[in-house]
Design a protein around this ligand. Structure first.
Ligand code: NAX
Length: 327
């Protein structure tokens, strides 16, 4: 019936890709009424593995899946794309400096941004998952001057979900009792999970936990959860990362519930002292297919210093990629 929505997934043969594609095809990304067409982008060496995943997608007989194409060329992969999930990235390897890492990712996200600029559908929505996610989103955005800047976002929803889970466990409450939690800043160890505006059963979360737990347990546990997963599982977060990507895009397209907000890294308009243009995580609502930063929250001294530290790191990453000529 409806025309399918084209979803391009990069790094499709990786572990997040494997956890993500089946959920997209089953209708969880966009809703159970929306047929999807999948474009998978991989590097040439991984195309065969992506073909294997496509075989399994076929074998799942998803009613909403209207086709799968596999590419090793960004131009072709983003042609007509409505949603782009930028998952494939260059990981930091031993001895690699930050500059090397940013440069290697510039070589991936720059050309992908250009391909999005030149060929994606006019309603294109981009989510960068591959790390460093915020700055990779910025690089892709800079290469796509014809696409509205606010279509480029980065994922902090996994951090948000991790924070929800930690808080629910601490207070012995259901997740549905927690609202208005925020991750601020960079998707990195400097991120700031904020309980001073979060509510549990309608009361401020920070007032229901010990300050000691909030500062020395909750914040570091959320910020270092990725490393803890690697330590336990022997591999980095995959299914939970895929789940967060699904949550981010679903809410972007379908809206957030009234009386609540979520976290997403979106281009700053200068709100809360975050320099304009940085792709930083904020408390956000989604309405009519657009993210909006929740306004008017009072930020105390403790939160201010945490937000500033993470935003400063984002500024350093931006300066570094600017120096490399990637912006
Ligand atoms: P994998 O190494 O399993 O998969 C990455 C895939 O990307 C590989 O198949 C590789 O061939 C492909 N790839 C590399 N360069 C590419 C290019 N130029 N075009 C298309 N594909 C390309 O990693 P995985 O565990 O799936 O993680 C993917 C990315 O997500 C990593 O950068 C990782 O750091 C990041 N993460 C981000 C998270 C977040 O919350 N924002 C959390 C989870 C995850 O750590």
């Amino acid at each position: 019936s409806a025309t399918p929505v084209t979803v391009t997934v990069t790094g499709a043969a990786g572990q997040i890709g494997y956890a993500l594609l089946f959920r997209i095809a089953s209708g969880q990304l966009l809703g159970s009424d929306t047929p999807v067409k999948l474009n998978l982008l991989e590097i040439p060496q991984a195309v065969k593995a992506a073909e294997g995943t496509a075989m399994e997608l076929d074998d799942s007989a998803f009613g909403l899946l209207r086709g799968i194409d596999i590419y090793d060329d960004a131009k072709a992969a983003f042609d007509g794309a409505n949603v782009a999930l930028l998952v494939g990235a260059r990981p930091r390897t031993k001895g690699m400096e930050r500059g090397d890492l940013l440069e290697a990712n510039g070589g991936i996200f720059g050309p992908q941004g250009k391909a999005i600029n030149d060929g994606a559908a006019s309603d294109i929505r981009v989510l960068a998952v591959g790390n460093p996610a915020n700055t990779n989103a910025l690089i892709a955005q800079a290469a796509a001057p014809d696409v509205p800047a606010d279509r480029f976002t980065a994922m902090t929803r996994l951090d948000h979900n991790r924070a929800l889970a930690q808080l629910a466990k601490k207070l012995g409450v259901g997740l549905d009792e927690i609202t208005k939690l925020t991750i601020w800043g960079n998707h990195s160890a400097t991120q700031y999970p904020d309980l001073f505006h979060a509510e549990v059963g309608g009361k401020i979360a920070a007032e229901q936990v010990e300050r000691e737990w909030l500062e020395n347990d909750f914040i570091p546990t959320v910020a270092k959860r990725g490393a803890a997963i690697i330590e336990a599982r022997g591999a980095s977060s995959a299914a939970s990362a895929a789940n967060a990507a699904i949550d981010h895009v679903y809410d972007w397209v379908n809206g957030t519930p009234a009386g609540d907000w979520t976290s997403a890294a979106i281009p700053s308009d200068g709100s809360y002292g975050v320099p304009e243009g940085l792709i930083s995580s904020f408390p956000v609502t989604s309405e009519n297919g657009e993210w909006k930063i929740v306004q008017g929250l009072e930020i105390d001294e403790f939160s201010r210093s945490k937000i500033d530290a993470s935003v400063a790191e984002l500024g350093e990453e931006r300066d570094a990629v600017q120096k490399l000529g990637l912006l």
